[in-house]
Design a protein around this ligand. Structure first.
Ligand code: FES
Length: 116
């Protein structure tokens, strides 16, 4: 029922195979479509057991968030000026900066459905 409603009023999910197995404090980069055209790049990460997704585009000055181990086990980082973002809500940590774009993500049988 819920997924039918999402399909009617929002983006359709993109399946990311194996993403549900991402360990706590880790992240990985996922490209949906061609990032040079109208595709997006997303960083998936797990914090407090929850799988989260941020757009890779940094809202500060257009850098790119990096994947791999999360800073302090919980923050995604843009290496251009080392700003940290909370993957659960996209908020910058300790600096004044617009929020990073978040995406809904749902785990299913070891995979993830990403709503971009
Ligand atoms: S551009 Fe990302 S921290 Fe400045």
């Amino acid at each position: 029922m819920f997924s039918k409603l999402l399909g009617m009023f929002g983006p359709k999910p993109v399946l990311v195979k194996g993403a549900g197995k991402l360990a706590e404090g880790e992240s990985k980069r996922v490209a949906i479509g061609d990032p040079l055209a109208d595709g997006v790049e997303v960083i998936l990460g797990r914090v407090d057991g929850q799988l989260c997704a941020l757009d890779r585009h940094c809202p500060h000055e257009g850098g790119r968030l990096i994947d791999g181990p999360l800073a302090e086990g919980r923050y995604m980082v843009c290496p251009l000026h080392n700003y940290k973002f909370d993957p659960r809500n996209g908020r910058a940590v300790g600096v004044t900066c617009p929020d990073a774009t978040t995406y809904k993500v749902r785990e299913r049988d070891g995979d993830a459905e990403l709503f971009v």
